[in-house]
Design a protein around this ligand. Structure first.
Ligand code: ATP
Length: 361
């Protein structure tokens, strides 16, 4: 079912607009306090935005004109055709697993027999049929989350909302639950809030980054994480992101603290905003300028050397490089001094900077 929402929650400074195509799964990522839960809770009917409009298929979930004029529509949570799956499974402790899952179709008016058949169908879909007779207290965390997914789907929602469904799970069971979600989300309209790039890659058709109550980036997982627009997406993707202005074959960073020299054909016209993404593992650090004239290079102060398991992260204010412990030992005396960071053209992704809503005045 096609879904759209436009919402403004004034006191939280959250103003978001998004659409979900029929059968599409959209992952929403963003820092703490960005507005992700506000978005899900508004769609689910648990928070009333100050203004906005939302529609699922032909059903208006809310229509709250800003000026206060016109008819205000507010459809209650249980009549929206939307299921919200929270981080914690929140099962009814006194009901069996089967009755927990049968609860939604039963509340929607199905006969007891039909509701149980529907529940068994969804328990099979989440690989939890053998657990039907158990009570929630007799389930592991992963099992309980499977039952919560079956319960959310048993009401046949037009839109499924998932609020960090794997966050509370042990890392040993999360992969199996993620695989199950991947299966049940096929051809289903869904919004999944997550902090995990892997969820975005494995579960979502499209990714939305929310920062400071606004959408700051949007696209397929590959678009958002290979060519990030902002520091948050770049950090999730494990990339260095340098943004600035192209001057010839040099990128001058926004605050003019660094000049990245030797760019290949930058692909944007002189003076245009340009972004460069590069993995720290592809960046070399040297005290002397790199001898290979083809390398992209940048001189910056080496701030520190941080051991990270079998490699060491060499950091400057603009760029990080992952070097071997042996290389790090040679750089030790250079901490606090300018050093050269360099990398081959093949390791760099250069693309025109697209301003995000966040950076709009
Ligand atoms: N109950 C509340 N009353 C008032 N303001 C709130 C309330 N809950 C959250 N906020 C504020 O609204 C903004 C958005 O918060 P929200 O919980 O939607 O963020 P989030 O992206 O879900 O964060 P997290 O990843 O930490 O769950 C933040 O500024 C937050 O402080």
């Amino acid at each position: 079912m096609t879904f759209s929402v436009d919402l403004h929650v004034t006191d939280r400074d959250v103003r978001l607009h998004l659409t979900v195509a029929a059968g599409e799964t959209v992952a929403v990522l963003g820092p703490n306090g960005a507005g992700k839960s506000t978005l899900l809770n508004s769609i689910a009917g648990l928070i009333r935005p100050d203004s906005g409009r939302s529609q699922l298929g032909g059903t208006v979930l809310f229509d709250l004109p800003a000026a206060g004029s016109g008819r205000r529509v507010w459809r209650p949570a249980h009549r929206r055709g939307v299921s919200l799956l929270a981080q914690e499974p929140l099962l009814f402790p006194h009901l069996s697993v089967l009755d927990n899952v049968a609860f939604a179709p039963r509340s929607a008016g199905a006969s007891a027999r039909h509701a149980r058949e529907t529940a068994m169908h969804w328990l099979r879909q989440v690989d939890a049929e053998p657990l039907a007779a158990r009570r929630p207290a007799e389930l592991s965390g992963g099992q309980a989350q499977r039952i919560a997914v079956a319960r959310a789907l048993a009401s046949d929602p037009g839109l499924l909302l998932l609020d960090e469904p794997l966050a509370a799970l042990d890392i040993s069971v999360a992969p199996a639950v993620r695989r199950m979600l991947r299966r049940v989300l096929v051809d289903r309209s869904a919004i999944i809030v997550t902090h995990d790039v892997l969820d975005a890659y494995t579960l979502a058709d499209r990714v939305i980054i929310v920062e400071n109550g606004r959408i700051s980036d949007e696209g397929t997982p590959a678009e958002v994480f290979d060519r990030p627009r902002g520091a948050f997406a770049a950090g999730l993707a494990g990339l260095n992101l340098l943004t600035g202005i192209r001057r010839g074959t040099t990128l001058i960073t926004a605050d003019a603290v660094a000049a990245v020299a030797n760019l290949p054909e930058p692909g944007v016209t002189e003076g245009s905003p340009l972004s460069l993404a590069v993995r720290p593992a592809a960046v070399a650090v040297s005290i002397a300028p790199p001898t290979d004239p083809r390398l992209i290079r940048l001189q910056a102060e080496l701030i520190d050397l941080e051991p990270r398991g079998d490699f060491v992260r060499a950091r400057s204010a603009v760029l990080a490089a992952d070097v071997s412990p042996k290389e790090a030992a040679q750089l030790d005396t250079a901490v606090g001094s300018p050093v050269w960071f360099s990398f081959p053209t093949s390791a760099a992704t250069l693309y025109p900077t697209v301003p995000s809503e966040n950076s709009a005045p």
